[in-house]
Design a protein around this ligand. Sequence first.
Ligand SMILES: NC(=O)c1ccc[n+]([C@@H]2O[C@H](COP(=O)([O-])OP(=O)(O)OC[C@H]3O[C@@H](n4cnc5c(N)ncnc54)[C@H](OP(=O)(O)O)[C@@H]3O)[C@@H](O)[C@H]2O)c1
Length: 103
Amino acid sequence: MRVLVTGGTGTLGRALVPLLVEAGHDTTVMSRRPGPGDAVADLVTGDGLAAAVAGADTVVHLASSPYRRTMAEVEIGGTGRLLAAAAGAGVGHLIYVSIVAVA
Ligand SMILES: NC(=O)c1ccc[n+]([C@@H]2O[C@H](COP(=O)([O-])OP(=O)(O)OC[C@H]3O[C@@H](n4cnc5c(N)ncnc54)[C@H](OP(=O)(O)O)[C@@H]3O)[C@@H](O)[C@H]2O)c1
């Protein structure tokens, strides 16, 4: 399965990505910064999102901002932009990790 992991550079992503690869999934990390094999995209501006989700069977959405200044733009606006891009690309599954007691 082709899997795109947003926030794959973060705490949870760094733990999950090797497990996906080990399980045989064609796994791409999405980050705002270029890295080997990574998809470069920004959830706030939307830059790169369409290209990042293209061809993915599943998106695991782990990108997150704990900072009050950017939280709404990443968590709400960014997740909305990601959902729209994923729907436009025909992505079949999107897994969103929530957190205990989130409103
Ligand atoms: N860690 C935990 O113990 C824990 C527990 C329960 C739930 N969760 C949930 O799991 C998810 C991931 O948590 P985490 O601790 O792994 O977060 P994290 O370490 O803060 O990583 C979040 C990642 O989001 C990416 N990101 C931030 N702003 C972005 C933007 N504008 N566009 C694209 N990517 C952006 C960053 O990647 P780049 O800097 O490379 O762009 C960063 O690596 C969150 O939803 C969190 O609530 C985490």
